[in-house]
Ligand binder design. Structure first.
Ligand code: SF4
Length: 326
């Protein structure tokens, strides 16, 4: 068996209700290095071309370390919101691709994994030296200082300075109120402490709290991408409500990047008159309305009213509206 793997892959058939262990040979691990390649091998072999992502032919693959404990979908996954995602530790999610909706389509609420086997490295001594060197040097590396202090949110002002901050449904790369949703502002006003992924010395994760809105530290804090899509993308400069929607996404199991981008698309289409009050059930969608953002996040998770349309993502929503806003 190649080093770095346990050599066991658990295969669950949810239709038959069976679980089996597959053991691949050394050659397979050498030609499918890393979790992404191993998972893709299963997808390419098992899923027929053109399969419905939410149909029974699709498969789910998870290749991670034994630290993964519980992965759960929320209301968004149960309601098949197209950008639903499972969440672990209340603040970590493999987002973007709608994995939560796939789990929801299979009526799979949670996955719990507990690893007991050992993974043996090829050269334990060298690995130990390398990790010790990393722990000591990454922390004091000047290139990491901003990431450690502000998290990925430091990127807001960096992108703003080069005209690359997605603004007004990407109509612009500069947001006049960028400072209000910046990593610096988050650090000064709501950051409780840093958090980290397993054994990482960088510690770029944020833990934020906004007492008056019920934003709790256990749901983490917004990353750069979430600040951009829930913020500048929609001309929203209310950092507290961006943090609240970020928390709602972690609670409901929803990708905040896709949510913010879809809302930004809808605000743009509404502004241009391509979608109207008739389409939205009487709900106006003005740019920059932070309370509306909170309301829409709830409506999408529940697939309620116009939220049911936005739950399809911007392409699906446009199709539902007869191609408008495309
Ligand atoms: S491993 Fe986690 S904590 Fe470390 S840099 Fe990456 S995202 Fe940040």
């Amino acid at each position: 068996m190649s080093h770095g793997y346990t050599g066991k892959i658990l295969v669950a058939d949810l239709t038959a209700g069976t679980v089996a262990v597959e053991e691949k040979g050394d050659a397979w691990y050498r030609t499918h290095m890393g979790g992404a390649a191993a998972g893709m091998d299963y997808v390419l072999r098992e899923v027929p071309a053109g399969a419905d992502p939410l149909g029974p032919e699709n498969v789910l693959t998870f290749f991670g370390d034994k630290k993964v404990q519980t992965m759960t979908i929320g209301r968004a996954g149960e309601n098949l919101v197209k950008y639903a995602c499972p969440v672990t530790y209340t603040s970590r999610a493999p987002g973007r691709t709608g994995t939560g909706a796939v789990m929801g389509s299979k009526k799979l609420k949670s996955i719990v994994v507990r690893g007991t086997g050992k993974v043996t490295p090829h050269d334990p001594e060298s690995l130990k030296k390398l990790t010790q060197w990393g722990a000591k040097n990454v922390r004091v590396n000047v290139a990491m200082a901003g990431l450690q202090k502000y998290g990925t949110a430091e990127t807001v002002m960096a992108q703003q300075s080069v005209g690359g901050l997605p603004t007004r449904n990407w109509d612009s790369g500069v947001f006049a109120e960028a400072e209000q949703i910046s990593g610096e502002r988050m650090y000064e006003t709501m950051t409780l402490k840093n958090d980290t992924c397993y054994a990482c010395a960088v510690r770029c994760k944020r833990v934020v709290q906004v007492e008056n809105l019920g934003v709790e530290g256990r749901y983490g804090g917004p990353e750069y991408e979430n600040l951009a899509t829930l913020g500048s993308y929609c001309l929203v400069s209310d950092l507290e409500r961006v943090a609240l929607v970020n928390q709602m996404c972690n609670k409901e199991g929803m990708d905040p990047i896709a949510l913010g981008a879809t809302i930004g698309w809808a605000m743009d289409a509404f502004d241009k008159g391509e979608i109207t009050l008739e389409d939205t059930g009487g709900l106006a969608l003005p740019w920059g309305d932070a309370d509306l953002m909170v309301q829409l996040a709830e409506m999408v998770a529940a697939r309620e009213g116009f939220g049911d349309v936005l739950a399809e993502g911007m392409e699906g929503a446009s199709k539902r509206l007869g191609g408008r806003g495309a």
